[in-house]
Design a protein around this ligand. Structure first.
Ligand code: PAF
Length: 281
């Protein structure tokens, strides 16, 4: 695996590879890698692409300073894991490399509705930060395909919107959420859970499974209310449990029984905020 810290050097390497006809697959990450990230590397590799990954804990997407400070960093382990799994290039920029002029005057993206609901509502500024960094990363890596995980469902939609707004010729490939044997969605933030919290955390995926099983055409608000009550009683501080249309994230109160839906949840276990989602059907 070749490691680059500078955009110019990475750019020169990628240009050379493109001349040789290589297709570039890109897996952006903030490190603290788990099998979910590795499955995205594998998805790109299976297509015969030159797999580029990045590790950069982007300060501009953390609306909560404590969350940024406590974000897990496991760099040596990450590098080892990437190497063992056939990642060919790792981009590991510094904050200065990514934001040479500081972070005070970064571009604003017209994300519209997507920024006003769910994660957008509960994490103000988060998706602007995601777009700021992803736009720069895409510029640096110049990928043909971008591999993202369904676990960050709304983020996938936001990044697709960014690609559309900026007219980039990049296709987005979404990989399924990988889960622990008990159903907990794999996430870097799971590393911050203590044993008691880890055992409780599975209740989020159980709640989404419950919604999937119980949902019927008609009024569905009460199902969401029951889910929030359950998680609250189990010790979570719930930001939301919602049901939305799978393609636009419009919140749904009455379901026609046909429109594809996604149920999404975000809740804190003490200081750790967890998210998850499941498609219906
Ligand atoms: O999902 C993540 O890890 C991050 O939001 C991303 C896409 C790497 C941007 O920092």
């Amino acid at each position: 695996m070749i490691l680059f810290k500078k955009i110019a050097e990475l750019g020169a390497f990628i240009a050379e590879q493109k001349k040789k006809g290589r297709i570039i697959g890109f897996v952006p990450t903030m490190g603290a890698l788990h099998n979910g990230h590795i499955s995205l590397i594998n998805n790109s590799k299976q297509l015969g692409q030159l797999v580029v990954s990045s590790i950069f804990v982007n300060p501009t997407q953390f609306n909560d300073a404590k969350d940024f400070e406590k974000y897990p960093v496991t760099l040596e382990k990450d590098i080892d894991l990437l190497e063992k799994n056939g990642c060919e290039v790792l981009f590991l920029p510094s904050v200065k490399e990514m934001y040479p002029d500081g972070v005070a005057n970064l571009p604003h993206y017209q994300l519209g509705y997507l920024e006003t609901v769910l994660e957008g509502k509960y994490r103000p500024g988060h998706f602007q930060g995601v777009c700021q960094v992803v736009h720069r990363l895409l510029h640096a890596v110049q990928p043909d395909q971008l591999f993202l995980g369904q676990k960050d469902y709304q983020q996938c939609m936001v990044i697709k919107k960014l690609i559309e707004l900026e007219n980039l010729k990049i296709t987005v490939v979404i990989g399924a959420t990988l889960r622990e044997p008990d159903g907990l969605a794999m996430s870097s933030r799971n590393m911050r859970l203590n044993n008691v919290e880890r055992n409780q955390a599975v209740k989020i995926s159980e709640t989404l499974q419950f919604i999937k099983k119980e949902i019927r055409p008609g009024y569905i608000e009460d199902l969401k209310d029951r889910a929030v009550q359950y998680l609250t009683a189990e010790g979570f501080k719930v930001d939301y449990v919602e049901i939305a249309t799978a393609d636009t994230l419009a919140l749904v109160q009455n379901w026609d029984g046909k429109t594809p839906l996604v149920t999404l949840a975000a809740a804190y276990l003490n200081e750790v905020r967890l998210i998850d989602n499941m498609l219906i059907p």
